[in-house]
Design a binder for this molecule. Sequence first.
Ligand SMILES: NC(=O)c1ccc[n+]([C@@H]2O[C@H](COP(=O)([O-])OP(=O)(O)OC[C@H]3O[C@@H](n4cnc5c(N)ncnc54)[C@H](O)[C@@H]3O)[C@@H](O)[C@H]2O)c1
Ligand SMILES: [Zn+2]
Length: 366
Amino acid sequence: MVSWGRMLVPVQLGARSYTIVVEAGGLAKLGDHLRPLGLGSKTALVTDPVIRRLYGDTVTDSLKSAGFSVAHVEIPEGEGAKTLAVAARCWDELLAARLDRSSTVLALGGGAVGDLAGFVSATYMRGMNFVQLPTTVLAQVDASIGGKTAVDHPRAKNLIGAFHQPRLVLVDPLVVRTLPEREFRSGLAEMVKHGIVLDLAYFEEMDAGVPRLLTRDPDTLERLIGGSCRLKAGVIERDPEEKSDLRFALNYGHTIGHALEAVTEYGRWTHGEAVSLGIVAEARLARRLGVASADVVAQQERVLTALGLPTRVGPIDVSAVVAAIGRDKKARDGRIPFVLAPAIGTFKLVYDVTADDVCAALAEVA
Ligand SMILES: NC(=O)c1ccc[n+]([C@@H]2O[C@H](COP(=O)([O-])OP(=O)(O)OC[C@H]3O[C@@H](n4cnc5c(N)ncnc54)[C@H](O)[C@@H]3O)[C@@H](O)[C@H]2O)c1
Ligand SMILES: [Zn+2]
């Protein structure tokens, strides 16, 4: 699969199939990757000011030398971009640049840029070509893969959206070298998650690669980010629209993690930090329920600690966390599916978890 420093991960979804290209320095070769796709000549590059300054010229030059025109659409940094007002401004700019259904929207940025630009491309003229150029670890291994696009509703994140698969995901693992440290480490939590529920060998590779990962060694980034993309892509292929239990596996650490984020109003931890805490708490839960051994719990906690991710929650209103879990979007008929890991590389859905079990698990990680 790996050849000349380029990893190609095919995502087989019938007519909507596409490739995830993982390539160090790949952004400069974007034009070459787009040419075979038979896209129209017009593109719009959606990005935020920070990323535009860092990588905008590289992408623009590559697009232009491959014969594409480029309209630049700048959106605010971070979650604030995921609104209907920002989407409406993007639609206006696509129209002003005369983009049509054969044109392509490219999202250059983190998950927020990807979600917003994806939503814009899913809705403009009932859907146009979309390309993901993810620049955070989280976006590279998670948000850019799977075709979920969204804006936020004032009452809930990601409430308004559509499934819209990209034509290409181009992951340049070198760009994460400019991420702030906390942002970088947060993304690693999703990679650990993929290993825990899907693949023991990958988990062990992560474990062994921690020191080189933390210095952001290019080869290590390429190998481990690429490996994580492959794991997520495997899930998407088998369950593209979240219709089976499989996709729940990706929710590991998130049932408790999301609740922790909600009760602290998204202010205490980054998403990845909350996922790290969620993983530790859900691992404890699995041991309490007799699903996993203490050793399996310790393995997970050890890797997260080595990556500098939090494993203790500190003072928290446990009853508020339990109440927030009760409002989980993934609830089916009022029952909350907990993803648990009986051993590294496997998962199991458990519905009959009581509030007392959750409280006890949270107390263990207080
Ligand atoms: N669609 C999905 O399946 C999916 C999955 C997970 C998360 N998400 C969404 O992703 C969003 C979070 O994404 P995120 O964690 O990437 O954060 P983000 O998109 O908010 O970006 C974080 C910050 O990092 C900066 N940045 C991005 N790349 C950089 C780089 N290479 N160097 C320096 N700075 C850089 C950005 O300017 C921004 O300020 C949330 O809105 C979440 O809902 C979507
Ligand atoms: Zn997540």
